[in-house]
Design a protein around this ligand. Structure first.
Ligand SMILES: *[C@@H]1O[C@H](CO)[C@@H](O)[C@H](O)[C@H]1NC(C)=O
Ligand SMILES: *[C@@H]1O[C@H](CO)[C@@H](O)[C@H](O)[C@H]1NC(C)=O
Ligand SMILES: *[C@@H]1O[C@H](CO)[C@@H](O)[C@H](O)[C@H]1NC(C)=O
Ligand SMILES: *[C@@H]1O[C@H](CO)[C@@H](O)[C@H](O)[C@H]1NC(C)=O
Ligand SMILES: *[C@@H]1O[C@H](CO)[C@@H](O)[C@H](O)[C@H]1NC(C)=O
Length: 880
């Protein structure tokens, strides 16, 4: 928490004031005498300043005609499209219309429009369009959506787009526009800032946009489908492909991290394979959203180069996420197969463990600080795309029901289930758009990957999902095994081991396809389903270890209004369960395989599955028991060839060590950045002290802190300015003032930080206490952080290195106090010395001097003493 809050108000304040500074400077036709503040190589002396300075605009225009030609063409196409049909893209004037629906599109498109204007300033009408666009946005009393006033996400999109356009096009705006738009930015920023006290995203390290971007990046390497590189794995709330980017993130990664051309290469490939028509195409609201950052971050000197292992099927285990993938990064073709499996900890292993082991106590207050609301109840889910054809897919962004994932439900449910008598995973949300994860059983839900192995082209994956279900079901083990025997033949085996007194009697396994409807099929009493992709059938059949197969329920589940998708096709395979264990095997195969026989048989230790295709016979010995006689997961006989999946090498965990004293290292690093902001603060203060605007803003900002102190601080600032103003005037005076201020002004930012910290911890506590979902207070996840008082008092840990940099919230207040006491001490000493001198004077100089001289001495001393006394008294009032 401390890390988060610390510095935030300062940065916010600076962000708010900076354009103001620029405008003040602009009006006065003055240039910053110090030439700006160098910060990580930046030199912010006006607009544009976000990504580049005025000096670089010409370079960008040159790049647009040269190295960045291809991206510039896309920016141009976007701009021209908007110019051609402005009525389709311009925000409405009417606030009712503007707020009637989800409206991130306005902010999302404005970024690229302003880039277009910047690159092609002579394109007739472009600037007028952009200005009209901004006027319309500025005319809105609010950027929120009427039906979701609690959701700041659309506002955030508008704010980002609007502020970017403001920065890019500043010099083209009229003075009136500059001021008006700035107010709009200030208002929206302030609104966001205030909401950050009470909204999850204000203190959650994992929230809405973060997974979107991270997942986009991650899945950049996990793409598949028809031409390849068109679909994402689509685990949790996903689109067919990327919402934002990922080209922009990939070129960023290449430019600043990898520097070997593979980021540019993948960005290019994804761009070439973008779906332009149909459901897979980029959303109208998002397609241009990151185009301007892609343009800015692209480094043409990095020649697109395929990664060394491109074109070969690789097994990847993302051990934090709990996701296994096989065969990504293949162009779609016969036998080019993609398979994924997921069984992991809620929120990812790192976050889950931080929450459950109560780590980083100063910052993290349980699930409060993370938002897993976009995840799904999907432990032990999988997807399968033989030949690059999405046969079994995830059901994308929809309600958080277990059966809308390729997961399993059990029956009968005892309590609290959404679809009685069926019990889904405990994270399932019945009456909310978001996953349940904050408290109770849901807060502890997890799955685990137990094996990921590839032997001679055969892949074996095993996951355990028992901890995702209510313990009242008394399920000892819910093990899901995947065996990819051939690129077009997958065997899935569910092993359910019940406890003796388990009430559970049945299971329903679900399988989805977003695009194609399933149809029934049946061979020799074995039920199945298939989809048709063009002429090619992709089939599945199922059977349990008694040889029984139940007809599936096929259908289409319509999503309620408010989701980006209408719904999804599904197969519901419901089978009875027996004590102690039941195994159900499902086979999936593409047109290149013809399964002729399929059977299975089990005993306490293992289940044997026989499969015959026209080319091979497969015998699978799957050891399902937790304790097995042989150290094996499974053995497969392909004709006469023996393939063994041995235990002991099941899962390779990431072995990276935890950094010791991590919190302190972060603190230290933060301290390095502080002086830069300190310097900026003073520069800004020095420039804007006189303006009425500044006063208003300072008042508004300081409203969080102690009223009396606020007034004093403001008075002090303005008293000082006035005095200075009466002086010689001009630049010199300003320079003097800045110097003076930096020496003697109470650091109002530090004060803001101190009070903001107090406010934030108060409101966090309030939320925790009053949180509607956690009202009963019995939630284990929140139990152990009630002792907020126990946290460190000072800003520093004992023995920290960077004591001398005093800018952090509490440290600053400490050092403020100590500075004040030093001054006091100094004054007292001074006064003492003065009286001592006086005494010396009285005794020594008594004789031999003229009365006149003596009077003069006394007079001077007396005046001096008054000055000292006055200084002292004023000092003790205002904390110096
Ligand atoms: C900014 O907010 C203030 C106070 O809420 C309001 O009076 C003013 O009209 C707003 N300005 C703009 C440009 O929206
Ligand atoms: C570039 O770096 C990435 C990440 O380290 C790596 O996966 C990739 O193979 C590299 N590309 C080349 C061409 O070496
Ligand atoms: C597909 O893979 C199978 C098994 O590896 C192989 O026998 C078959 O020839 C492959 N088909 C093509 C078209 O590559
Ligand atoms: C799945 O099928 C079973 C058996 O027909 C049925 O009882 C159950 O309600 C179905 N589940 C859903 C969610 O439709
Ligand atoms: C990997 O981590 C999981 C969970 O922390 C643990 O249960 C498992 O034993 C580990 N596996 C190995 C091979 O270290």
């Amino acid at each position: 928490m401390r890390t988060y809050t610390r510095g935030a108000p300062t940065v916010f304040f600076i962000a708010l004031l900076w354009p103001l500074v620029a405008s003040v400077v602009g009006v006065a036709e003055e240039k910053d005498p110090s030439g700006g503040i160098p910060f990580l190589g930046g030199n912010y002396d006006g607009h544009p300043m976000l990504y580049f300075g005025q000096g670089e605009v010409e370079e960008l225009q040159v790049a647009a005609a040269g190295t960045h030609r291809e991206m510039a063409a896309r920016i141009r196409a976007a701009g021209e499209a908007m110019l051609e049909h402005p009525e389709e893209y311009l925000p409405p004037w009417s606030p009712a219309e503007f707020s009637a629906r989800w409206n991130e599109v306005y902010g999302n498109n404005l970024g690229v429009l302003s880039m277009f204007c910047l690159l092609y300033p002579h394109r007739a009408g472009a600037l007028d369009l952009a200005k009209d666009y901004m006027e319309r946005m500025a005319a809105q009393p609010s950027w929120l959506v009427k039906d979701a006033p609690w959701d700041e996400v659309p506002l955030a999109h508008s704010l980002v787009g609007f502020a970017t356009a403001y920065d890019f096009l500043y010099e083209y705006l009229s003075k009136v526009q500059q001021e008006h738009f700035l107010q709009v930015i200030g208002n929206a920023t302030r609104y966001m800032y205030e909401k950050s006290y009470i909204r999850g995203w204000g203190f959650q390290y994992l929230h809405n946009h973060q997974p979107t971007n991270c997942v986009a990046l991650l899945t950049g390497s996990l793409v598949y489908m028809k031409q390849g590189f068109q679909r994402t794995v689509a685990i949790a709330d996903s689109n067919y492909n990327w919402f934002y980017g990922p080209e922009s993130q990939l070129v960023f990664l290449d430019r600043y991290v990898m520097r070997n051309g593979s980021g540019n290469w993948l960005a290019e490939l994804i761009h070439q394979n973008r779906v332009l028509e149909g459901p897979g195409r980029a959303g109208k609201g998002q397609r241009w959203c990151t185009l301007h950052t892609e343009f800015l971050w692209y480094d043409p000197s990095l020649t697109p180069t395929a990664p060394a292992d491109f074109g070969t099927s690789q097994l990847h285990y993302f051990d934090d996420w709990g996701v296994v993938t096989y065969g990504s990064a293949l162009p779609a073709d016969t036998n080019h197969t993609f398979l994924s499996f997921k069984s992991g900890k809620l929120g990812g292993r790192a976050i889950f463990d931080i929450v459950h082991r109560n780590k980083y106590k100063d910052w993290i207050k349980g699930w409060r600080n993370f938002n897993a609301g976009h995840e799904h109840p999907d432990q032990n889910t999988f997807t399968f795309a033989p030949n690059g054809v999405p046969f079994i897919t995830e059901a994308l962004y929809g309600p958080k029901y277990t059966f809308l994932n390729n997961a399993v439900l059990f029956s009968p449910a005892n309590s609290g289930s959404c679809f009685k008598p069926w019990a889904g995973q405990v994270t399932e949300a019945c009456d909310s758009k978001w996953l349940k994860y904050k408290a109770g059983l849901a807060a502890d839900a997890q799955g685990s990957v137990q094996a990921t192995l590839e032997r001679q082209g055969v892949v074996f994956i095993r996951g355990e999902g028992r901890f995702a279900y209510n313990p009242d079901l008394k399920i000892k083990s819910f093990q899901r095994n995947l065996l990819l025997l051939h690129p077009q033949l997958l065997v899935l085996v569910d092993h359910i081991h019940l406890e003796m007194d388990s009430p559970t009697r049945a299971m329903s396994a679900f399988f989805h396809n977003t695009d194609l409807p399933f149809q029934h099929t049946k061979i020799d009493g074995v039920h199945g389903a298939f989809v048709r992709h063009g002429e090619d059938p992709y089939k599945m059949f199922w059977m349990d270890d008694t040889g029984f197969s139940e007809k599936g329920v096929l259908g289409y589940w319509n999503y309620p209004r408010g989701y980006p998708y209408n719904g999804c096709n599904y197969v519901n395979v419901t089978m009875p369960l027996r004590y102690p264990h039941t195994r159900v095997a499902y086979i999936f195969f593409g047109p290149g395989v013809d399964v002729q026989s399929f059977s299975l048989r089990g005993d306490a230790q293992r289940v044997d599955i026989y499969l015959a295709t026209s080319e091979h016979t497969y015998t699978i010995y799957l050891l399902t028991g937790e304790v097995t006689t042989k150290p094996l997961f499974a053995m497969v006989l392909v004709d006469q060839k023996k393939i063994v999946f041995e235990k002991g090498v099941g899962v390779q965990n990431d072995t990276s060590e935890e950094v010791e004293e991590y919190a302190n290292i972060v603190e230290d690093n933060l301290q390095h950045a502080k002086p830069v902001f300190q310097q900026l603060e003073r520069l800004i203060l020095g420039r804007v002290l006189n303006t009425a605007n500044f006063r208003k803003m300072a008042e508004r900002l300081l409203q969080f802190s102690d009223k009396k102190k606020t007034e004093e601080a403001i008075e002090k600032i303005f008293a000082m300015t006035k005095k200075q103003g009466k002086g010689k005037g001009g630049k010199k005076a300003l320079g003097n003032l800045v110097e003076k201020l930096s020496e003697s002004l109470p650091d109002i930012f530090a004060q803001i930080e101190v009070s903001e910290k107090k406010e934030r911890s108060k409101s966090t506590k309030r939320i925790i206490e009053e949180g509607p979902e956690e009202g009963d207070g019995e939630s284990r996840a929140f139990m152990d952080y009630g002792d907020s008082k126990k946290g460190r008092k000072g800003g520093f840990v004992k023995g920290r290195k960077f004591k001398e940099v005093h800018m952090s919230a509490t440290a600053k207040s400490d050092s403020l106090a100590s500075a004040a006491s030093y001054i006091r001490l100094f004054l007292i000493l001074n006064i003492t010395t003065f009286f001592l001198l006086l005494a010396v004077l009285l005794t020594r100089f008594q004789r031999g001097r003229s009365l006149h001289t003596q009077r003069c001495f006394y007079g001077i001393l007396l005046i001096d003493s008054f000055i000292l006394l006055w200084l002292y008294s004023s000092c003790s009032h205002a904390q110096c």
